[in-house]
Design a protein around this ligand. Structure first.
Ligand code: FAD
Length: 403
């Protein structure tokens, strides 16, 4: 019987366990996570959970699912090292250390927050947001705060800014680049989000670097930028995430902005695979390896790997998609925007939403939609089928998007 061990307690790990159970994987499955909770949805942490004191843990699946599927959960347990020659994983928990043998090991270790050098995780007055524990800490702190400063105008920073503003806080966002979400979205979407957040009363400062934090009795009480201090009751650092590769790198596996895997999500060791935010993987539609931070990528990679582990190997080719809720704006993106594409703005047939379609020649490479779910889903289906809508009529909401 194959002994399968999954390291990680996030979307990728939970989906892999579920897909294997569904396919009646002929072996044992152990899921090892250093978080104390059963796997949960991460997206609500920055959207709904921090504003709702009653919100429970947004479980991906109830505890009974794992029990009934015969999946062993080792929670609050950290994987410390991989003995590749002996095919054993060294684990550590409050109960002590143990070695867990495996026939196949899956690394679904995700990513962790990038830390400010002057304010590592744990600095009083500074919050980071990746885990349920961190979301609860922020939720507990928000009611007592009037002035909230967000460092970083990325997805998570902007979602928190919108949520905090909705709660009536004075919110300031510092973004070092000249526009929001520079690497992730087109200038059209950046401008829209800037207007939306400013319209809601968020003070967004573009091109503003933070020189340091103002400290008082060991607690961060403000942000120093351009020689001035912006006082803050709470500072939230949303300056990105880095892939958790230590375990893989220390075991001699190739890592380069993620654990390097091939098209079937295998590492250089045939007994070890990797999935989710922690991977750097090839994709037929892009020349450079990708590393994505999205629920879609974590889930779809898990499904692809589950198929291989059950005897049906296939390359990972899923079209990337993503969403972000920022106040009233639901942003949905399919494909990946890159500078140089020909961009066409298409109003939604109803309401005030719109999409921006990005073409390379006649091929649709990405579509970004704001409150325009019908066009988003239509274009996504076309892209998933390897098709593109007609470019000539793409701007006309009266003409449906079709190939
Ligand atoms: C606040 C927030 C909002 C988000 N919103 C969206 C959104 O709206 N849309 C979207 O598509 N994506 C969103 N994301 C991104 C999405 O949550 C991630 O892409 C997804 O969680 C990736 O899943 P994963 O399983 O690869 O990694 P993770 O969810 O990071 O899980 C990795 C797990 O591995 C554990 N782990 C790591 N190392 C070890 C070890 N050595 N031993 C044991 N356990 C270990 C970690 O503790 C964690 O439980 C959001 C993320 C955050 C933080």
């Amino acid at each position: 019987m194959t002994r399968l061990v999954i390291v990680g307690g996030g979307h990728a790990a939970a989906q892999l366990a579920a897909s294997l159970a569904e396919k009646q994987f002929p072996g044992s499955i152990v899921l090892v996570s250093d978080e104390p909770e059963i796997p949960y949805h991460r997206p609500p942490l920055s959207k709904t959970l921090i504003k709702d004191p009653e919100a429970p843990l947004p479980e991906l699946r109830g505890a009974s699912f794992y029990e009934q599927a015969g999946i062993t959960l080792k929670l609050g347990t950290r994987a410390l090292a991989i003995d590749r020659a002996g095919k054993r994983l060294r684990l550590s928990s409050v109960a002590g250390q143990e070695d867990l043998p495996y026939d196949h090991l899956v690394l679904a270790t995700g990513a962790c927050v990038r830390e400010l050098p002057q304010a590592p995780v744990g600095t009083p007055g500074v919050h980071y947001l990746r885990t349920y524990a961190q979301a609860r800490a922020l939720r507990d702190a928000l009611p007592g705060a009037r002035r909230v400063v967000v460092l970083g105008g990325g997805f998570i920073g902007l979602e928190i800014a919108a949520t905090a503003r909705h709660l009536g806080k004075e919110v300031t966002v510092f973004e070092s680049m000249p526009r929001l979400l520079t690497r992730s979205v087109s200038p059209e979407i950046s401008s829209f989000l800037l207007e939306t957040h400013r319209g809601a009363g968020v003070d967004i400062r573009l091109g503003s670097t933070v020189d340091g934090l103002e400290m008082a009795r060991g607690r961060a009480v403000g942000v120093v930028s351009g020689g001035a201090v912006v006082p803050a009751d709470i500072i939230i650092a949303g300056i990105g995430a880095t892939p958790n590769v230590d375990l893989a790198r220390d075991a001699g596996l190739a890592c380069d902005n993620g654990i390097v895997v091939d098209a079937t999500l295998a590492t250089g060791d045939p007994a070890i695979s990797a999935i989710g935010d922690c991977t750097s993987f090839p994709h037929p539609a892009w020349p450079q390896p990708l590393r994505l931070e999205s629920v879609q990528n974590a889930n779809d990679q898990a499904r692809t790997l589950a198929a291989r582990l059950c005897g049906d190997p296939q390359p990972y080719t899923a079209v990337p998609w993503f969403w972000s809720d920022q106040g009233e704006a639901r942003l949905q993106i399919t494909g990946l925007w890159r500078p140089g594409y020909e961009s066409i703005v298409r109003p939604a047939a109803r309401g005030n939403g719109f999409s921006v379609l990005h073409f390379e020649g006649d091929a649709l490479r990405a579509i970004e939609s704001v409150n325009s779910p019908v066009d988003q889903m239509t274009a996504r289906k076309l892209m998933q089928a390897g098709l593109s809508p007609a470019k000539g009529t793409a701007a006309d909401p009266a003409v449906p998007l079709k190939a």
